[in-house]
Write a protein of this length. Structure first.
Length: 145
């Protein structure tokens, strides 16, 4: 059966919408039947370029949850990398912040920093004076699908 059918690789789509593997295979197919060093060099350059294009700078990502864009607003090619950066940073937990009191019914209530040790996933946004779940932000299903 392998004499009649050759396995084919699925093309990988790069950030510009071009197929990375087709560009690499075109570089190899234009050379002789055995790939030379120069065609392999082009193949490596294409692979390196696609990896460089999807890098995310951790300093560009907002730490305060209230200022962050929704996770689904990031390009699907970098979304996992963004998730990894936020997981490595951990939740936004400003321990030295003076949490404002809010009137709820007859009582004034405020956020307690002790809750950070009880709920490790808990985030507090100084911008919005609200609490959030880090895991919910990172892993909730897309609204579209």
């Amino acid at each position: 059966m392998k004499r009649f059918f050759q396995p084919q690789r699925k093309p990988e789509v790069g950030p510009g919408g071009t197929s990375c593997s087709s560009a690499a295979s075109n570089a190899i197919n234009t050379s002789s039947s055995t790939p030379s060093q120069s065609s392999l060099h082009v193949d490596n350059d294409v692979t390196k370029k696609s990896r460089v294009d999807i890098n995310v700078d951790a300093l560009d990502l907002e730490y305060d949850h209230g200022k962050r864009p929704p996770i689904e607003s990031y390009d699907p090619n970098i979304r996992d990398e963004v998730r990894m950066i936020y997981l490595e940073r951990g939740p936004c937990q400003p321990h030295v912040h003076s949490f404002p009191k809010t009137i709820m019914g007859k009582d004034k209530r405020c956020f307690r920093k002790e809750w950070f040790s009880d709920f490790h996933w808990l985030e507090y946004s100084i911008e919005k004076d609200a609490i959030f779940c880090l895991n919910c932000y990172l892993f909730k299903p897309d609204k579209e699908g």
